[in-house]
Design a protein around this ligand. Structure first.
Ligand SMILES: [Ca+2]
Length: 423
């Protein structure tokens, strides 16, 4: 009796367990779209949080404006990945981008462009640029491949242009020959005026947004004489600019109708932005900024906004004196999403727009010069929630990092190396 009761109970439990399987085909159409993202998510390993990566004393005693603005939890990549040095033969490379055929375009500061195959084979130095001031921080700086490259073969560059009045950050474009051996018709399309007799803080990243307009970053020219230019709308120093491919200001730029303003300005109050990246999901623009001593920043750049330099900063002068009034917050000025003290000197950056290494998807990778590593930042709701230092054993000053076509990252260093990081 008891035996048959148990049997019946087991049978009904079995049938109950089977029920969802029987019903599945009926629900299939309805559940399809809902279930897919959940499956995707489950492929992503859990984030492994560890101690914050920064263990050195900060230079200043400033407090962050919100929790998670600096020294967030460390994170650790658990998926296997490889790093390899593809070449050590580049000479002071500054900018890197990827052609539609997978070849890499790399600028060298002294004034040449090189095509590098994905196996590390370096092509000859391609010339064809105007007079460049490559002293100090100047030179042939960034490169960006036209979104229509397969049709127009155009490359866009930033470079420090030279004249008798000094130097400035310029933007130029030129056509790469079909055999990839030469550039023709170099044309300067934008100049971040005024000229200044100095060789520092050219900013100088250039990226295309989803509409095919160009964002360019500039610097404050590293002089007390020009520093306040970052706060003024009548010049191209210390800005994010937005222009069309013919050099004209983007038509919905925020100060386009304001008298005496430099029309390409998109955002201002920046010190020296050497990293720009577009979030592939949202299309929003992110910038890395070299602070003074301490106070390096990551900013989410929005039209017309003032990012505070040199009025607010989490850093100090190299003498240890405060910047201006020594304040970190002010009404009408944007807070950085994230900052570092002591300085790591952030340079080029990219979002990881692949799922080849699933836990890296949509993370921001930042090349660090002084910090000598590549930072991996996990960003959620426009806040950094985790930071990892990759390749920190290499002893390299990382200048720029770019996303390859097959889920791999490429990074260049001041010492002349090209790294491949991926599966
Ligand atoms: Ca700022």
């Amino acid at each position: 009796m008891i035996k048959s009761l148990i049997l019946m109970l087991a049978l009904s439990l079995f049938l109950f367990a089977c029920a969802p399987t029987i019903q599945e085909p009926i629900d299939d159409n309805i559940d399809d779209d809902i279930e897919e993202p959940i499956d995707e998510e489950s492929k992503k390993p859990e984030i492994v949080f560890v101690d914050p990566v920064e263990t050195n004393q900060p230079n200043t005693s400033y407090l962050p404006a919100f929790e998670g603005q600096t020294r967030v939890s460390g994170v650790k990549t658990t998926s296997p990945f490889t790093k390899s040095v593809l070449t050590t033969l580049l000479k002071e490379p500054w900018g890197i981008d990827v052609l539609p055929n997978g070849d890499l375009v790399v600028t060298e500061k002294s004034g040449s462009l090189r095509i590098v195959k994905s196996d590390g084979t370096i092509g000859p130095a391609i010339k064809g640029f105007p007079a460049i001031n490559s002293n100090g921080q100047g030179g042939l700086l960034d490169v960006s491949v036209s979104p229509q490259f397969t049709q127009d073969r155009m490359l866009y560059f930033t470079l420090s242009l030279r004249s008798s009045q000094g130097s400035l950050t310029g933007v130029g474009k030129a056509k790469l020959s079909s055999d990839q051996s030469s550039l023709s018709d170099f044309q300067v399309i934008y100049q971040a005026t005024p000229y200044f007799n100095g060789v520092g803080h050219y900013g100088s990243r250039i990226v295309f947004d989803k509409e095919g307009t160009l964002f360019i970053s500039t610097g404050d020219r590293q002089s007390l004489q020009t520093r306040m230019n970052s706060q003024s709308l009548n010049n191209g120093h210390g800005k994010i600019l937005r222009i069309n491919v013919d050099g004209t200001p983007a038509q919905d730029n925020p100060f386009i109708n304001q008298a005496n303003s430099h029309l390409p300005i998109y955002a201002y109050g920046l010190r020296n932005v050497q990293g720009l990246a577009i979030d592939p999901l949202t299309g929003s623009l992110w910038a890395s900024e070299m602070g003074p001593q301490g106070g390096d920043e990551i900013n989410l750049i929005e039209s017309s906004k003032n990012y505070g330099w040199p009025i607010i900063s989490y850093g100090e002068e190299y003498t240890g004196a405060p910047i201006g009034d020594g304040i970190t917050q002010k009404e009408g000025m944007e807070q950085p999403v994230y900052y570092w003290d002591p300085a790591v000197a952030p340079s080029g950056m990219t979002f990881y727009s692949s799922n080849v290494i699933p836990e890296w998807e949509n993370n921001l990778f930042v090349a660090m010069l002084r910090g000598q590593h590549i930072a991996r930042l996990i960003i959620e709701d426009n806040r950094v929630i985790g930071e990892e230092r990759l390749l920190s054993d290499e002893g390299q000053r990382f200048r720029d990092v770019a996303m390859g076509l097959n889920g791999e990252l490429y990074a260049i260093t001041d010492q002349g190396r090209l790294y491949r990081i991926g599966k």
